[in-house]
Design a protein around this ligand. Structure first.
Ligand SMILES: [Zn+2]
Length: 290
């Protein structure tokens, strides 16, 4: 590895004495789960970087998230997300952009709930790939699971900034490198999500990068909206471990596992999982200056 590969694209730190914490981890997508991907943590800001250059197009071709549907569980999660956004100041008249909306399930959900001015944009979506959505500014820009996928995370934040009205909000849901222990990389295989997550901010680095754009961090949630009572994020991680430990399991929803039905661990995670969610994923709600 050359020294340029140890230059942090988030804080600019150049690790000349090669002190970076290193690890490698498998992919949590079944098709690639035998592949391992090297990671390093910036000593300067604590962010985690994926160091192997890959042809991401090939990996996105088999992306399990494309199978997601707006079912009861996801509606429940979106209800929690909407509640958080309302607490931040969202109302039904606001213009909202879901940037990186995938197949547009959140857009569909919010419109059904009476948020008529919600649009989605995703360059990989046939229905939401229209770039005219990027020609205006919004009261709220949501970027859930977006910035960590970018090869240039600061540019991703600048894009969000360009799309936000002065005084508007930017809601970023992303893994938090500060909550990930690279010595136990397998435990964090899902937030690390290799090779799709290229650069994972530490929360403090994200806050600093936001402040550099004139944003103020208004609220931080140390659990994603998908961490729900009973079907908590730690339970979902356990559920995946009952099978082959890949995220494909979440979309296939298999039930044929002795461990799932007969291990006391199942009950443990169902009851206590919600309270045991670690800080490996955060939602940071920023407000852009007036
Ligand atoms: Zn850094």
């Amino acid at each position: 590895m050359t020294s340029t590969e140890y230059t942090c694209c988030i804080c600019g730190f150049l690790d000349t004495d090669r002190s970076a914490e290193l690890a490698d981890v498998r992919s949590n997508v079944r098709r690639f789960s035998r592949e391992r991907f090297p990671l390093w943590r910036c000593t300067g800001c604590g962010s985690i970087h994926s160091s192997r250059q890959v042809d991401l197009k090939e990996y996105y071709r088999y992306y399990p998230y494309f199978q997601q549907e707006l079912d009861l569980v996801l509606r429940w999660a979106y209800r929690r997300l909407t509640r958080r956004l309302r607490r931040a100041g969202l109302d039904k008249q606001h213009h909202v952009l879901d940037y990186g909306c995938g197949s547009g399930l959140l857009v569909k959900y919010l419109r059904k709930k009476g948020y008529d001015n919600v649009v989605g944009y995703d360059p990989y979506s046939e229905d939401h790939g229209d770039e005219s959505a990027l020609q205006r500014r919004y009261d709220l820009v949501i970027a859930q699971d977006v910035v960590e996928h970018s090869e240039d995370p600061l540019e991703a934040l600048r894009t969000l900034d360009r799309l936000t009205e002065h005084g508007g909000w930017i809601a970023i849901g992303t893994p938090n490198a500060a909550g990930i222990d690279l010595r136990r990389a397998e435990k964090y295989v899902h937030p690390l999500h290799q090779p799709y997550h290229r650069h994972v901010f530490s929360l403090s680095a994200l806050q600093q990068a936001g402040e550099n754009l004139g944003w103020r961090l208004e609220k931080t949630y140390f659990a994603p909206y998908t961490n729900m009572p009973v079907l908590s994020l730690p339970f979902m991680h356990y559920y995946m471990r009952c099978f082959d430990g890949t995220m494909d399991v979440l979309f296939e929803r298999p039930l044929a596992s002795r461990r799932l039905w007969f291990s006391p661990e199942t009950l443990y995670w169902l009851i206590f999982g919600y309270y045991l969610c670690d800080h490996a994923d955060v939602v940071a709600i920023f407000r852009k200056s007036e």
